[in-house]
Structures are given as structure tokens and as C-alpha cells.
Write a protein that binds this ligand. Structure first.
Ligand SMILES: [Mg+2]
Ligand SMILES: [Zn+2]
Length: 191
């Protein structure tokens, strides 16, 4: 067994449909088609799946911790229904004006993930639909992947993506690519 494989996902616009009005209730949390099944495929391939999400709706008082917990319970329950496990959810509850260390593009949540799992994040895939997701991952050593769901198309059009960013239509397509490219080559082919 090698070191545990880890992948870090943004939540809104990657796992679930985003809304300009924030996701403020479990009812508004609707998975992007295929995203939970993609997480199940990652799990089957030995990946631990971690979420890192800016949730400034807490600081703005659009919703509270009880509601955020209920939203995440729905996410975990729906994931479980398709055999998927999200190992942990890291979130930043602050607003930009709070000047915290965890709100992406700052890397605070990634540092926390690195410490929690006791692994260096170099080469760990990070998937997001916003530039700030990829920036936070990139400075932490992660390999950035942009998905075009959520704010992704707008993010691609704006440009300025970190070097090496790979772009996929959605999480499902990204995972298909990741699992293909990480298949180890045969050591030897018997003739
Ligand atoms: Mg997002
Ligand atoms: Zn924060």
C-alpha cells in the first residue's frame, strides 16, 4: 500500500449546482448530474475525497451553522446512496472583510488538510469552478483542474488560470481522465 491518495474538491459549482443567491438550504443543494457517482469512482480507485469550500453566507448571515450542517448531511446522504464517501468538509465561514487565512484564494484550508492527513499536497488534484479555488490549490502544490459547471465557463473566459490547469466539462469527465492517466503502466508484458 502506498500513501493515501487524496483529491480536494470545491463544493458549489463542482459537486452541486451553484446559485448567485448562495445555497441557503438543503432544498437548494442539487447535485450536478454524475458528480456523486464520480466521487464513488474515486473512492473505488483508493482516493479519499475532501471538500474545501468558501461559505461566506455564514458571515453574511444568509444562513447559520445549523443550516450548513443540514446541507452537508444531505450531501453525505445522497453520496452514500450511490456508494460515495466524502471524507471531510473544510469550509471558511468568513467574509472577505474578515481577512482570515482560510478564505480561498488564501491557502489556509489546504494547509489544514495537509496537517490533518499528514501529507504533502504536492501533486494532489484540486478541482474548482472559480479561479480562487485553483489559486489556493496551486500555491499549496496541488495540480489544478477547472470544471465548466457552475462559474467555470466564466472563469475560463476571464483567463489567468495557474500554469498547467487542465479543463474538463464537469467532475465526471475530470475523474474519468484522472483514473485513466493514473493507471500504472505494466511492468512487463509477457510475449
Ligand atoms: Mg465553486
Ligand atoms: Zn476564513
Amino acid at each position: 500500500m502506498g500513501a493515501p491518495k487524496l483529491i480536494i474538491l470545491d463544493r458549489d459549482g463542482v459537486i452541486n449546482h451553484d446559485s448567485p443567491d448562495f445555497i441557503k438550504s438543503p432544498a437548494e443543494w442539487i447535485p450536478v448530474p454524475g458528480s456523486l457517482e464520480a466521487i464513488a469512482r474515486l473512492n473505488q480507485a483508493g482516493y479519499r475525497v475532501v471538500v474545501a469550500s468558501n461559505q461566506s453566507g455564514i458571515a453574511r448571515e444568509f444562513f447559520d451553522m445549523t443550516i450548513l450542517n443540514a446541507i452537508h448531511k444531505k450531501m453525505h446522504d445522497m453520496a452514500q446512496q450511490v456508494g460515495a464517501t466524502i471524507d471531510a468538509v473544510f469550509f471558511c465561514p468568513h467574509a472577505a472583510a474578515d481577512n482570515c487565512d482560510c478564505r480561498k484564494p488564501k491557502p489556509g484550508m489546504f494547509t489544514e488538510i495537509s496537517q490533518r492527513y499528514k501529507i504533502n499536497l504536492k501533486g494532489v488534484p484540486v478541482v474548482g469552478d472559480s479561479l480562487r479555488d485553483l489559486q489556493a490549490g496551486y500555491v499549496s502544490g496541488c495540480v489544478p483542474y477547472l470544471v465548466l459547471t457552475g462559474k467555470g465557463e466564466k472563469t475560463q473566459a476571464t483567463g489567468g488560470l495557474p500554469p498547467g490547469t487542465m479543463i474538463f466539462p464537469d467532475l465526471s469527465a475530470m475523474v474519468t481522465h484522472l483514473l485513466k492517466t493514473s493507471t500504472p503502466p505494466a511492468l512487463h508484458i509477457v510475449s
